[in-house]
Design a protein around this ligand. Structure first.
Ligand code: ADP
Ligand code: ASP
Ligand code: MG
Length: 463
């Protein structure tokens, strides 16, 4: 088989784990072709974002400390992952060069006190660039002929929407086939940075948080892979976040539609668009656990085996905020919703949920909490003063709960059972939305009730 194997941050959390991941690859290389995709080591992308923040506020000392910690972390990983002195020295000098480049970029932000979306992508790209080089050392040490490539060198080309770039699939396919395909033809195992790519001018872009999953499926699509395996730190997609529900279970199979819905609502930090390329080419995706590789994991496919589960999973989005737009004059006057969505879309703000009361006198939307201030500013400018809208209110302490399952389609009474279970715990529901696909029901509760609502539904459906 031709397999794309992506290793998440925790699977590459330290030198020992990188070595372990390399061994897994080596094992599968006996009977398969493998394309390796690496995330940054656990926590590194967050640290790089924090570094940008510190630099743009002029915190010189904080910047120095963070850079030095990052550098230590990677040198330590090299020491722990590798034994062969020659390879170790090679990788260390590559790491040194990368850290110096990173330092230069951060210093320029420090001087300017400003980070553009483009420079942010450049800085955060170092996480994946560092981890792939260490993985290259570990695989080389195991006797594998391999080569490391940055996303752009592998041929992944995106638009210039820095921070959340979209791949240009058809030219990427041509380029990836040419660059990575030729390595595979020569028996060389490619090790490719997840998350990062380039735009048409060759400037580094990123695919959005969790984007290494997306890199893996883009590569799978471009190279006609048989399967994409996302190695993580859980046995698979679960009926709920195991940190919230202790006895959450692993789902052995889910459909693409269910998995996409789960991803949108944050399951496994799976990139919400990662399954698009796989679905388009009907390529199977598996989620597996590097810490428990004998477990079969979750298989995501077009037509999974029939299941009698009505609800498959209950998800929680913590960092949400709700905005309500009210106005008696909105009644019977088309266009307010369009205006709201248009205003937010122009700012690249994604709307997670929307619902309108039957009277049309109020519209509620849910967005990510970190863009609330920006959204409010823009909506106030666009809507207040038009005479349509009287007031715009917001709440920043809400959670979204999503109940997902293809079995809900056409099954009567799901909503009453879900809301009944939540009501029994005395939890107040602030807003409700159901997509017409009937694949999910989502609703909003106060932040303090989030976990309990998830547990109540998990219990109700005996998941
Ligand atoms: P990776 O670094 O491998 O990409 P992520 O951190 O992105 O891994 O995602 C894995 C984490 O997602 C798990 O450790 C788990 O705590 C969390 N998670 C949340 N919801 C779910 C779910 N429904 N099923 C599985 N994992 C979940
Ligand atoms: N390292 C990136 C992130 O933390 C991409 C990924 O891990 O998938 O978002
Ligand atoms: Mg992830």
């Amino acid at each position: 088989m031709r397999l794309v194997m992506k290793f998440g941050g925790t699977s590459l959390g330290d030198g020992g784990r990188i070595k372990n991941a390399a061994k897994l690859v080596k094992e599968y290389l006996e009977n398969n072709e493998v394309i390796v995709v690496c995330s940054a080591m656990a926590g590194v992308t967050d640290t790089l974002f924090a570094l940008i923040d510190k630099a743009s506020r002029g915190r010189v000392r904080d910047v120095e400390i963070t850079l030095s910690n990052l550098s230590d972390k990677h040198y330590r990983a090299v020491d722990d992952a590798l034994n062969d002195e020659l390879i170790k020295n090679d990788v260390k000098s590559i790491v040194k060069e990368l850290i110096e480049d990173l330092r230069r970029a951060v210093l320029s932000i420090l001087y300017l006190r400003e980070a553009t979306p483009r420079s942010r992508d450049y800085v955060v790209s170092f996480g994946e660039r560092l981890s792939t080089r260490i993985m290259w050392g570990a695989l080389t040490e195991l006797g594998t002929t391999c080569k490391y490539l940055d996303g752009g060198d592998a041929g992944i080309i995106t638009d210039s929407n820095f921070g959340e770039a979209s791949p240009l699939m058809e030219i990427s396919k041509l380029e990836v086939k040419r660059r990575v395909g030729s390595l595979l033809d020569r028996g060389i195992t490619p090790i490719i940075t997840g998350y990062i790519a380039v735009n048409e001018e060759g400037v580094i872009t990123t695919l959005g948080r969790g984007g290494s999953d997306y890199t893996a499926t883009i590569l799978g699509y471009c190279l006609d892979a048989d399967e994409v395996w996302l190695w993580s730190d859980v046995d698979g997609l679960m009926t709920a976040d195991p940190r919230i529900v202790k006895d959450a279970k692993v789902l052995s199979t889910v459909s693409f539609n269910e998995a996409i819905e789960m991803a949108i609502f944050g399951a496994k930090g799976l990139h919400p668009r990662a399954l698009e390329p796989a679905m388009k080419s009907n390529m199977k995706v598996r989620i597996r656990n590097t810490f428990n590789p004998s477990h079969q994991g979750t298989l995501i496919s077009l037509k999974p085996e029939k299941s009698d589960m009505i609800v498959k999973a209950v998800l929680l989005v913590k960092d949400a905020a709700m905005i309500s737009v009210r106005g008696a004059s909105m009644v019977g006057r088309p266009g307010t919703v369009a205006k709201i969505l248009e205003t937010l879309a122009r700012e690249n703000i994604n709307v997670m949920m929307i619902s309108q009361s039957v009277s049309e006198s109020s519209v509620s939307i849910v967005i990510k909490r970190d863009v609330l201030t920006k959204a409010l500013n823009k909506l106030e400018t666009a809507l207040l003063g038009t005479g349509l809208v009287e007031d715009i209110e917001s709440e920043d302490d809400v959670n979204v709960i999503a109940v997902v399952g293809e079995g809900m389609k056409g099954t009567p009474g799901v909503a009453s059972r879900v809301f009944g279970a939540v009501a029994k715990k005395g939890i107040n529901i602030r807003m409700i939305a159901q997509g017409s696909s009937e694949l999910n029901i989502s609703f909003v509760v106060r932040e303090e009730d989030g976990y309990e609502a998830v547990r109540a539904i998990h219990e109700e459906y005996k998941l």
